[in-house]
Ligand binder design. Structure first.
Ligand SMILES: Cc1cc2nc3c(=O)[nH]c(=O)nc-3n(C[C@H](O)[C@H](O)[C@H](O)COP(=O)(O)O)c2cc1C
Length: 191
């Protein structure tokens, strides 16, 4: 799918920030510095945390290998200080479940979940082609919140599939809650 790039100085940015405020589950992409190791993690704890500057925060567990709070992705994000936010629509529900129940140091999740990497140019980690909205972020700050950390990222680029956002609004398909993935939709498959 051909992607368009949002002008981060345009007034449309506020509409994207509002759009990202509805609790949709994201797939976060990450890599090591050499980009020889790459990871994807499903994250439902994600929100904008500032309009100006535009900031996005994700909450990620940071336990050690073998513990339920182990996240391989956390180590990769720490290494590069970069991550991608990728917003999937409903047809990627099974990919979100796969990505959110396996560890990236045991399986290449792009292959396992049938997702295609592409590069936006602003960060080292890849983004996910099949996701209709992709945001490249650089880590600005991190806050320890117990067994998780809030990672605050500064978006350097916002990309979206052609047609998703046009003439100042999101297409109805993308504002329809039935086409979005929320944690509650995945929960029955997890317990
Ligand atoms: C729908 C869904 C949402 C999730 N949300 C989060 C989250 O917000 N933060 C987090 O640390 N883990 C979350 N997880 C768990 C991780 O995605 C999961 O532990 C993953 O296997 C970690 O992969 P990694 O070890 O390759 O980093 C979620 C899982 C699912 C299925």
């Amino acid at each position: 799918m051909k992607k368009e790039k949002l002008d981060l100085t345009s007034p449309d940015l506020q509409k994207f920030i509002f759009y990202l405020s509805n609790g949709q589950t994201a797939m976060i992409t990450c890599s090591n510095k050499e980009n020889t190791e790459r990871g994807i993690i499903s994250v439902s704890w994600i929100t904008p945390t500032s309009f100006d500057p535009f900031l996005m925060s994700i909450v990620m567990a940071k336990g050690t290998k073998g513990s339920p709070t182990y996240r391989y992705s956390y180590a990769l994000i720490n290494e590069t200080g970069e991550f991608g936010i990728n917003i999937p629509s409903k047809e990627l529900k099974h990919a979100v479940l796969k990505v959110g129940t396996k560890h990236g140091d045991e399986v290449d999740k792009f292959v396992d979940a049938g997702l295609t990497p592409f590069y936006g140019g602003g960060i080292t980690p890849p983004l996910i082609e099949e996701c209709f909205l992709n945001i490249e972020c650089k880590v600005l700050q991190e806050f320890d919140t117990g067994d998780h950390a809030v990672i605050v990222g500064k978006p350097v680029a916002v990309l979206y599939d052609v047609g998703v956002f046009a003439e100042g609004s999101f297409q109805q398909k993308y504002t329809d809650k039935n086409n979005q993935i929320h944690f509650i939709d995945i929960l029955p498959n997890m317990v």
